[in-house]
Write a new protein. Structure first.
Length: 338
């Protein structure tokens, strides 16, 4: 027996008409936060404040500058909130399509286990006191960005959060041709703000790595001196010996990748901020050195294009004031495994 199939409107359309109808039927991207999003409350509060201000225009010359100033501030904050929302929407769409956020770092899992932290003066020829005593430390699983944050990734943060750009940029844009170079001239506070913004936009627990996490990722579990081994090789990274006289695009030295993990630029190119205070060893995460509210100097790791090969050793530690900006300082985010 033949069964009559209900005829749908699509059956009467040509293939081109069906494609057009499907496109028009897709939900439109929201340009303002939906009520369930955390940004919705902030935007609603700003919008109400702006409307209340505009409902009471200034009555005289004395009040006018203050009124216009407040109006400008409210409008600026609204634009920044909407920019952060746009970044969140863009990320959600990319995630739904099976791809990562355009500005989100490529993460590598560092498996849990023990490693050697610091240096042993009986085995290493150059061992500053700050690297002693050497210890065996156990760390749980965590993720670390494959490369330092690039100028292209930092642009999204500057525009989305309204954060001040690095001082050598032209406005909110990096110098031409440097999109894939590591962002530099960022302080520890800038790096922390970037990680907090990533948390807000992606909902993932991004943060800066501790110096212990950074060192394990750089040298692996066999205690090697450099990411590639114990012998210095100037062809594997960008240090003073390379003669580049500046940063190079991230990932330019694949032969300098860290063991097992494949992390790039862990030696040279830019110093990388960590979350740790510059305290003496032995390292203990629970002794106060991971206090994020402290204004003491923080640890940087990895060396840079301006510094000699000794500073590119995985165990080398450098301290700088948290608010310091340098053309040799960058960072890479970390993420806890929850």
């Amino acid at each position: 027996m033949e069964i009559d199939r209900p005829q749908h409107k699509d059956d009467e359309m040509s293939p081109d008409e069906q494609a057009t109808a499907q496109t028009e039927a897709r939900p439109k991207v929201q340009r303002q936060p939906a009520p369930a999003h955390p940004l919705a409350a902030e935007r609603a509060c700003l919008q109400r404040a702006l409307e209340a201000l505009e409902a009471c225009p200034p009555r005289g010359w004395v009040e006018r500058p203050l009124w216009w100033g407040l109006r400008w501030l409210y409008q600026l904050r609204l634009r920044r909130t909407d920019a952060t929302w746009e970044a969140w929407v863009t990320g959600k769409q990319a995630s739904a399509a099976g791809s990562a956020y355009a500005f989100e770092p490529d993460l590598v899992l560092i498996p849990r286990g023990a490693f050697l932290m610091g240096s042993d003066p009986e085995e290493d020829r150059i061992v500053p006191g700050a690297e002693q005593p050497q210890q065996t430390l156990y760390l749980p699983d965590y993720y670390l960005a494959k490369t330092p944050v690039t100028d292209a990734q930092y642009v999204a943060f500057v525009e989305g959060a309204g954060h001040n750009p690095p001082r050598h940029w032209k406005g909110a844009r990096p110098p031409r041709g440097r999109d894939q170079h590591p962002v530099v001239s960022v302080s520890w506070y800038d790096a922390m703000a970037y990680c907090r913004w990533l948390v807000q936009v992606t909902g993932k627990p991004y943060r800066l790595p501790t110096e212990a996490e950074w060192e394990k990722a750089a040298r692996g579990t066999d205690g090697r001196t450099y990411p590639w081994g114990d012998e210095w090789d100037a062809s594997r990274c960008n240090t003073k010996e390379s003669g580049k006289e500046g940063t190079t695009p991230v990932g330019l030295y694949p032969k300098g990748a860290s063991p097992s993990y494949g992390l790039l630029d862990m030696a040279g190119n830019v110093w990388e901020w960590t979350s740790s205070l510059y305290w003496a060893y032995p390292y203990r995460a629970d002794d106060g050195r991971e206090d994020l509210s402290s204004h003491e100097s923080r640890v940087l790791r990895g060396g840079s294009w301006l510094n000699p090969y000794d500073s590119a050793r995985a165990a080398y530690r450098r301290a700088y004031v948290s608010a310091y900006h340098s053309r040799t300082h960058g960072f890479r985010p970390c993420m806890s495994v929850t």
